[in-house]
Design a protein around this ligand. Structure first.
Ligand code: FES
Length: 350
């Protein structure tokens, strides 16, 4: 059974299956709705229901509180229609942002390699081109082992939109994680076929912007930032300067250092700051490397030392929530307005 979802204030109508979420139906129809986690925890997709009946699905009790349920709010990533439904969403979308409808793809694993401690690069060749904005992510179907149901895992695209049928992902192992420990880091191999859908997410580079972009990534949080940096530089899709702060405990935790150094050599507008929180200049020097090639301390310490003021810049933060929160505070203390700071949190559930 399908029902009609009417999205106000734009008045768009979308057909939605009874077992499909409202978000999925809209994104597949090319109707943008705000979203981030896509599984009921972040509350980004909360909207007002103006009319109709829904099954609220697996919305968590903190993302959608009881009183909000009473007020008729719902999470579009969890809610499924039980009749025709009208919702009103705060679309809050950057007008320049191109909306790429979500579609299903089949891909072949062409690269699966270790790039840092507990971190792999996965490159997938798709059956056809996919349109996306730099910074967005894809959802993989993780096959169920030993009779278990398949499940979904999401990873940010690390390659730029110009490479539209060959997508790169950076994946950190989470002990016991079904998608990582139980799949990418164990049974998955080159030549395997994978199923994925996308693109998802609203953490995207504002192309055409001329503000200095301060990009801060912890661990594999560098992935969407790499897509943004390469898109900005190689496709000339950004007017302003870009500075990437990539944080890791030691050099063994950082990856693609040479790639970013080469980009910084080639493009004057790009600065790369690899930050080591658990190593000293002496340790780096003892290994025959130049300590001047690194910054020492947490990314937040390094940013504070680098900049007395960041007003007029834009922040792009991606990584574990504690790092993102700390970086947000640092940027705000340097006079960046919250509205100019975009964040993507990576949770350890993989
Ligand atoms: Fe995060 Fe719906 S709760 S996107």
């Amino acid at each position: 059974t399908t029902h009609t979802i009417t999205v106000e204030p734009v008045g768009r109508e979308v057909e939605c299956d009874e077992d499909q979420t409202i978000l999925d139906a809209c994104l597949r129809a090319g109707v943008w709705l705000p979203h981030s986690c896509t599984h009921g925890t972040c509350a980004t997709c909360k909207v007002d229901k103006l009319d109709g009946e829904v099954d609220l699905g697996e919305a968590s009790s903190f993302a959608l509180m009881d009183f909000e349920r009473d007020e008729g709010k719902l999470l579009t990533c969890c809610a499924r229609p039980r009749g025709d439904v009208t919702i009103e969403a705060d679309l809050d979308v950057d007008e320049d942002m191109e909306v790429h409808p979500v579609e299903d793809y089949t891909g072949t694993v062409v690269v699966l390699e270790d790039i840092a401690q507990d971190t792999k690069r996965l490159v997938v060749e798709l059956d056809r081109e996919v349109g996306f904005n730099a910074g967005q992510y894809m959802k993989f179907t993780v096959p169920g082992a030993d009779g278990a149901e398949p499940c979904d895992r999401t990873w940010s695209i690390g390659s730029p939109p110009g490479e539209s049928s060959r997508l790169e992902f950076h994946i950190r192992n989470v002990p016991g994680g079904r998608g990582t420990d139980g799949w990418v880091f164990s049974t998955l191999a080159t030549g395997d076929e994978v199923r994925l859908s996308g693109p998802y997410g609203r953490f995207v580079l504002k192309t055409g912007d001329d503000k200095h972009a301060i990009l801060v990534g912890g661990g594999t949080g560098v992935a969407p930032l790499k897509s943004m940096v390469r898109h900005a530089l190689e496709a000339g899709e950004y007017e302003g300067d870009l500075t990437l702060y990539a944080g890791g405990r030691t050099r063994a935790h950082l990856y693609d250092v040479d790639v970013f150094r080469a980009l910084a050599d080639e493009y004057d507008e790009f600065t790369y700051r690899p930050c080591l929180s658990d190593e000293t200049p002496e340790q780096v020097e003892a290994d025959g490397e130049d300590p001047d090639d690194y910054a020492f301390g947490m990314v937040t310490d390094v940013i504070e030392a680098d900049h007395a003021k960041l007003s007029g810049c834009r922040g792009y933060l991606c990584g574990p929530p504690q790092m993102v929160d700390a970086a947000l505070k640092t940027l705000m203390s340097r006079r960046l307005f919250p509205r100019d700071i975009f964040r993507e949190d990576f949770f350890d559930e993989s």
